[in-house]
Design a protein around this ligand. Structure first.
Ligand SMILES: [Zn+2]
Length: 420
């Protein structure tokens, strides 16, 4: 028989929210594209067949919140392929690393050499996202050039899919929400979404008193349909849960009704207690976003333990995108809902639904293969809460444009089993 597929992934559970598929199917790849997704494709039709029965097969996972401007963003930036294909994640979106001045370096030294598809939300600030928490003065409205950033976003439209800025009490204590308004202007000029970090990042200016609830109240009316609120589950003040009432800010509902999206932006922000409250209120994140960086994950050979430990975003609980998926599962979201947060939903946010985020013939053959382990596993967050899980989602490997990418990232945490 004429061998007309390069590769066949045989017998896995295909979960593809974009097409509504959830069942056992074979996925065939040819010339770097998905060629067919059908039950019982003939193995003799493929040059190579991989048995993935018992595994979960999804469109290539998209991490909407990464920090991969390595060597430029101080100790912050991780190697793109460690966060990406080495962790079975085929697309990573750097959140606010490169700026209008430093985007050429990002393209040349990070995006181009990576096997992972690397995109970014460009920083609203001229300096970009350096070691963000250290130098608040670099992040004021005077350090923003609206026209230059619009031009840069337009000139680099293949890489730049949004704008990153911060709404938090440290910045608000100095400049109010002036930077956010400039960020919105850039987003409008460039025709891309604005992505807003919620929760404290910089220390509050001396002698200033800022109400975190007030920052959220002022911010939400600025947000437009398609814009993104990040870190809704933050353990820092200024997330979705009001410090005054302990409930979801009423204005959050209005924003969501208007089509504002939510990115989990896990990082060291993630708190089970906050997540439980937000989910119990009926709110679901649009995208997941792992938000891993040099301070909240353990990178091998990093000789800066003391610097890490003195950082407010220091993390003690290892995590990765799939680990964050497990946490959402434990909190009661369904597996197809969770898969949507790392495939079809982010593809839409990036304006790339025609290329990635779906297992449909003709799309790029970016594919993630995962496994569900069953047993008793220990999860924990950075506020110290421990939660036991009966299922753990772990990555196996990825295809990036049809090419096999082994799982070789040291950032994927080993399963932590609870002793029987
Ligand atoms: Zn981040």
């Amino acid at each position: 028989m004429d061998q007309h597929f390069d590769l066949l992934l045989r017998g896995g559970r295909v979960i593809d929210p974009a097409s509504g598929r959830d069942g056992v199917f074979d996925v065939a790849v040819k010339g770097g594209r998905i060629a067919a997704v059908e039950a019982n494709l003939p193995t003799e039709a493929a040059r190579e067949t991989l048995d993935v029965s018992g595994k979960i097969v999804t469109a290539g996972m998209i991490d909407t919140h990464a920090h991969v401007y390595q060597h430029v963003t101080g100790r912050f930036g991780l190697a793109a392929d460690m966060v990406g294909v080495g962790s079975a994640v085929t697309t990573v979106v750097d959140q606010g690393g490169p700026s209008c001045m430093t985007i050429p370096g990002f393209r040349h030294y990070v995006a181009k050499p990576a096997r992972t598809r690397v995109l970014c939300f460009i920083s609203a600030y001229l300096v970009g996202g350096l070691e963000g928490h250290l130098y608040p003065e670099l992040y004021g409205p005077k350090q923003v050039d609206v026209a230059a950033t619009i031009k840069s976003a337009r000139d680099n439209a293949d890489l730049v899919r949004g704008i990153k800025a911060h709404a938090e009490i440290g910045g608000a204590s100095r400049w109010g929400l002036e930077v956010i308004k400039l960020g919105r202007e850039i987003a409008r000029g460039a025709g891309i979404p604005l992505y807003i970090h919620l929760g404290q990042l910089w220390p509050v200016a001396e002698s200033a008193v800022v109400d975190a609830d007030e920052v959220v109240r002022e911010l939400l009316p600025i947000m437009q349909p398609g814009d993104v609120l990040a870190h809704p589950f933050t353990r820092h003040p200024g997330g979705f849960i009001s410090g005054e009432t302990g409930e979801v800010h009423p204005l959050v509902w209005h924003a969501l009704d208007r089509g504002v999206a939510i990115d989990v932006g896990h990082g060291s922000h993630f708190s089970f207690a906050m997540a439980r409250k937000v989910l119990a209120a009926g709110i679901r994140p649009t995208t997941l976003g792992a938000d891993m960086h040099g301070y909240n994950v353990r990178v091998p050979d990093a000789a800066d333990g003391a610097a890490r430990a003195s950082n407010p975003f220091f993390g003690v609980a290892p995590f990765s995108l799939t680990h964050a998926m497990t946490e959402l599962l434990t909190l009661g979201m369904t597996l197809p809902e969770i898969v949507a947060t790392v495939t079809s939903n982010p593809a839409r946010m990036l304006g790339l639904s025609d290329e990635i985020g779906a297992l449909l013939p003709g799309r790029v053959a970016d594919v993630s293969v995962l496994e569900m382990l069953r047993g008793r596993f220990q999860l924990s967050d950075n506020s110290g809460e421990k939660v036991e899980a009966s299922e753990l989602i772990v990555p196996c490997f990825a295809l990036r444009a049809g090419e096999m990418c082994a799982l070789d990232s040291p950032l994927v945490p080993a399963p932590l089993r609870v002793a029987a």
